[in-house]
Design a protein around this ligand. Structure first.
Ligand code: FRU
Length: 459
């Protein structure tokens, strides 16, 4: 992936498409040692348009190989978001020459939104099922983004579909014939709006209990901070998700503005629950100042559950493969000149401190812990904001989140040309923020009590 100088803003360790628009990650599937990443894509423009599924593969979730477009719009509509599984037992009957298929399930968005499937036995060329749709629209305006998963109670396939202000669950023996088994919402949801891109999976709590996590992206209006991705904790009884551990407030998987439609990898061989989100925000994504491409994905994150003083919470960490390309090369005392625009920082902080990345034009990206015990990322003076009044507005300038812990704090920051991701407090703070510095940042400065290690990223 060649960069054209910093003003191209193209990140190096975050996925971007070569040309055109991207939004949600789709069909995240790990199979045969390969991570597939499909994504919402309009190849002909850097704005949202008739949706296709773009396709890329990786062995480490860091460097990606671009493959041909997997799904194109047709007479049933545009190809909206969805998921993928490997049908090892050929429940669909789509195997060819004994080779089981990869099956994608997605929304056909035309006159109405309905769920359809496509399959491939070579992992590159996909054939849409002739009997599509497999789940017809039940009379809803918003009915989309099927996420297929293995249902351990019924020993069958299940899928969760966003249906207006709630999610519907369906079960199927063969990914073709589906019956509705249940619903979740809107009760229990503290931020009303249209639900999108649901995902559901089990994780082990520290005490060994199995806890099911339901993830839903929420179309929140501008004045309330724009779209974000929420999660609930509970159980799955084979028919539907039941929220058994309600929170006092809304819990986001990321309090920042640039992580939406996060989805987890399906893979029988996977030991970890790995998610990738769209590293952008509907409110300004189309206007961001990149040239032939628009949008990126977040880093792959590993999810787990942690006990906190407020109870059980989701924890996110950069996926293990990132650690393999990061080498500690310096301890920063006060400040350090930098040349690379791709680096990591390991921070041991005490009380309030601030880390500032800055350039010759005094643009500053600042993050740390403030005197109110909040973790913050302030991008309000970090670079170009002229491309969007919304991006430039105060709402989108700063993220602040009250810590769940007190005292010393461990933080990891990864900077990649135009994206900062910060992980702290056992992963209970995980935040992605895009920035557009008009000149490369050439200085890191530390204020307050913090020991900071600089990591080179070896590509
Ligand atoms: C979420 C979303 C999905 C939809 C897709 C369309 O970002 O609105 O609900 O399937 O984008 O591109």
């Amino acid at each position: 992936m060649a960069t054209k100088g910093v003003n191209d803003y193209r990140p190096r360790i975050h996925f971007t498409t070569r040309k055109g628009w991207i939004n949600d990650p789709n069909g995240l599937l790990y199979h045969d040692g390969i991570y597939h990443l499909f994504y919402q894509h309009y190849p002909k423009d850097t704005k949202w348009g008739p949706m296709h599924w773009g396709h890329a593969i990786s062995r480490d979730l860091i460097s990606w190989e671009h493959l041909p477009i997997a799904l194109e719009p047709d007479e049933l509509g545009h190809i909206f978001s969805g998921s993928a599984v490997y049908d090892r037992e050929n429940t669909t009957g789509f195997a060819s020459f004994g080779k089981p298929p990869i099956v994608t399930m997605f929304t056909h968005s035309g006159e109405t939104q309905q769920q359809s499937i496509a399959y491939s036995t070579d992992g590159v060329n996909f054939t849409k099922y002739a009997g599509n749709p497999v789940i017809k629209n039940p009379g809803l305006r918003d009915f989309r983004d099927p996420k297929v998963f293995y249902n351990p109670v019924r020993d069958s396939w299940s899928c969760v579909v966003a249906a207006g202000d709630r999610v519907y669950f369906y079960a199927s023996p063969n990914l073709i014939d589906w019956v509705k088994t249940g619903e979740f919402g809107p009760e229990g949801n503290l931020c009303p709006g249209v639900w999108e891109c649901p995902d559901i999976f089990p994780l082990k709590a520290p005490n060994g209990d199995e806890v099911w996590v339901l993830v839903v992206s929420m179309t929140i209006p501008l004045e309330k901070g724009g779209p974000k991705t929420q999660y609930f904790l509970g159980t799955f009884d084979g028919d539907a998700f039941i929220c058994t551990r309600p929170f006092d407030g809304i819990e986001w998987i990321d309090p920042g503005f640039d992580n939406y439609a996060a989805m987890s990898y399906y893979g029988e061989e996977l030991k970890d629950r790995i998610v990738i989100g769209w590293g952008a925000n509907w409110q300004y994504a189309a206007d961001t100042p990149t040239d032939e491409y628009r949008g990126m994905m977040t880093l792959a994150r590993k999810l787990s559950l942690v006990d906190t003083p407020k109870g059980l919470r989701l924890s996110s960490a950069p996926y293990d493969t990132l650690g393999e390309i990061m080498v500690p090369t310096a301890i920063i005392k006060g400040e350090k000149a930098i040349e690379s625009q791709v680096f990591g920082l390991g921070i041991e902080g005490y009380h309030n401190f601030a880390v500032t990345l800055s350039n010759e034009d005094d643009e500053e990206l600042v993050f740390g812990v403030n005197e109110n015990d909040e973790i913050f990322i302030d991008r309000s003076r970090a670079g170009d904001k002229t491309f969007s009044d919304i991006f430039a507005s105060a709402v989108f300038g700063k993220v602040e989140k009250k810590r769940l812990y007190r005292g010393a704090i461990t933080m990891e920051a990864i900077f990649d040309v135009s994206m900062l991701e910060v992980f702290a407090d056992k992963g209970t703070f995980a935040c992605a923020q895009v920035v557009y510095p008009t000149k490369p940042y050439n200085r890191i400065a530390i204020e307050g009590k913090a020991e900071v290690t600089y990591y080179d990223v070896i590509l």
